[in-house]
Design a protein around this ligand. Structure first.
Ligand code: ADP
Length: 193
């Protein structure tokens, strides 16, 4: 079974991914894969250096992701060029990981951009984590993000309503971690029944 997991920043998506992993799912972290494919020796590295030049490298020869983000920020053609490198590399890596797993695995693809990228049809089921914006904000403040950064990130993402429109399961995470664990465990039982 292949599950998509998403949620707005601060909703608790990563926490849900961890709970699902504890319950026996194999979690594939889209952000981690996107980083991995840009490491030296990986498939995206040469392409990025070729397309964007040595100025996106740090002193050790690694791709400086902040520098790269700055280079494509507000330049849609550069962003498209970067995405044309990263997306196929990520897809290939995900396919490779999935093919290496036993056929009966429950695989969770954890991605913040599931709805933005319209990925919902790839999955057997989609799990969406939602939480009130105030709750998300205070979680992110305690994680050390500053309030203007949080507002910009939330404004940049789709809304919970848009996410819920593609959901098979909606996990509301306004309460305690214990409540979250119970809710996710219920979803797990439905998936594995
Ligand atoms: P996301 O991946 O959606 O950005 P995280 O899972 O990283 O969100 O959660 C954001 C922060 O809030 C983390 O520090 C996490 O430990 C905390 N958190 C998540 N859910 C709860 C909860 N129900 N109660 C208390 N803290 C929570």
């Amino acid at each position: 079974m292949y599950l998509g997991l998403s949620g707005g920043i601060g909703s608790g998506k990563s926490t849900v991914a961890k709970i699902l992993s504890d319950l026996g799912a194999v979690v594939i972290d889209a952000d981690a894969i996107a980083k991995e494919v840009l490491e030296p020796g990986q498939v995206g590295y040469e392409s990025v250096v070729h397309a964007f030049g040595g100025s996106v490298l740090d002193t050790s020869g690694n791709i400086d992701r902040k520098q790269l983000a700055a280079a494509v920020f507000q330049d849609t053609s550069q962003l498209a060029q970067l995405e044309a490198i990263v997306h196929p590399a990520v897809s290939a890596r995900v396919t490779q990981i999935r093919e290496s797993l036993p056929a009966n695995s429950i695989v969770v693809y954890d991605t913040p951009l599931l709805v933005e990228k319209q990925l919902q049809d790839q999955f057997d089921k989609v799990i969406i984590v939602i939480a009130d914006v105030d709750v998300r904000r205070s979680r992110l403040v305690s994680r050390g993000l500053d309030t203007s950064d949080i507002a910009a990130r939330i404004a940049n993402q789709v809304t919970d309503e848009q996410r819920m429109a593609v959901a098979d399961f909606v996990v509301t995470n306004n309460g305690s971690l214990q409540e979250l664990r119970e809710h996710v465990t219920q979803v797990w039982h439905q998936l594995t029944a």
